[in-house]
Design a protein around this ligand. Structure first.
Ligand SMILES: O=C(O)CCC(=O)C(=O)O
Length: 280
């Protein structure tokens, strides 16, 4: 009897391992590698530390998201508890959006199992809101903010993926960057210079883009939020912090009920910080 039970447990464990392997193969195959991050995009990301992908989402997709995040912000009690906070609700489908995944596999790690999502929030700014707050930049030994180029490819740590849900006009409040500063030799992170950090130093670059655009940047590049100066619409941007499975910058604060209600293929982005090998 005992050996029958042991055999049953052994078979069940084996079945679980096979299911995991098959899921991994299916997930890998469903990612259209190289389709959305061209050689041009890779060179630009490496050169500047960020890229802009205009109008990735359709107007309808943007409207659904905009309405939903405004409901989360203004009338959360009208939603089920697990939908009251990001990444809950329709945003969840963007966690592994093909354009995002293609970029992350090219800049964090080629194995989708090694990519985590550690933080998601809505940035909503009306005219005059926000502050100038330059941070990051320069080489670092901290693996969270690492930016490495090795064996012909990028290996970055924390990577911000920003979904702009409203139009962003040039120099009217989009995120600002000092292009190339993720590779700076002088330590402008811990020894900042006011003449470099001033908004009008001539070193800062920003972007314009239509609603539904993606901005992806390495947390290693020196960047700052900017005062929102666009009178026609507020800034509505969903900020996501992806990272390598082995490190984490943020204190985990996404409620378990939000994660538990995501599809399994999205739940895997919120696994704890350890090598997926231990799940096999
Ligand atoms: O608010 C912004 O535009 C930039 C946010 C920021 O500084 C960050 O993601 O680290």
């Amino acid at each position: 009897m005992r050996s029958l039970n042991q055999l049953k447990t052994k078979i069940e464990k084996k079945a679980q391992r096979v299911t995991k392997k098959v899921t991994k193969i299916v997930n890998n195959r469903s990612i259209k590698r190289g389709k959305y991050m061209s050689e041009h995009d890779k060179v630009v990301f490496d050169l500047k530390g960020y890229i802009v992908k205009p109008a990735v989402l359709s107007d309808t997709e943007v409207k659904v998201l905009r309405d939903f995040v405004l409901r989360q912000k203004n009338e959360p009690e009208s939603l089920k508890p697990h939908e009251r906070q990001l990444p809950g609700g329709p945003f969840a489908n963007l966690i592994d959006h093909p354009v995002v995944m293609d970029i992350l596999l090219n800049v964090i790690d080629p194995d989708p199992d090694k990519i985590r999502l550690e933080n998601v929030f809505l940035s909503h700014r009306e005219m005059g809101e926000s502050e100038w707050n330059p941070h990051a930049g320069g080489h670092t030994t901290n693996p969270n903010y690492a930016y490495n180029f090795h064996d012909g490819r990028i290996y970055a740590g924390m990577t911000r993926v920003v979904w702009e849900l409203n139009e962003v006009k040039q120099d009217q409040g989009g995120t600002c960057f000092i292009p190339g500063s993720h590779k700076a030799n002088y330590n402008i992170r811990t020894n900042p210079l006011a003449s470099i950090d001033a908004r009008d130093s001539g070193l800062w670059e920003s972007y314009s883009c239509p609603p539904g655009s993606l901005i992806v940047f390495s947390e290693a590049v020196r960047h700052s939020g900017d005062i929102w100066r666009n009178p026609d619409n507020p800034r509505m941007a969903i900020f996501c912090a992806y990272n390598h499975i082995n490190v984490r910058h943020h204190k985990p604060d996404i409620p378990a009920e939000v994660i538990d209600n995501l599809a399994p293929k999205h739940q895997r982005f919120f696994r704890d910080v350890y090598h997926p090998l231990f799940d096999q």
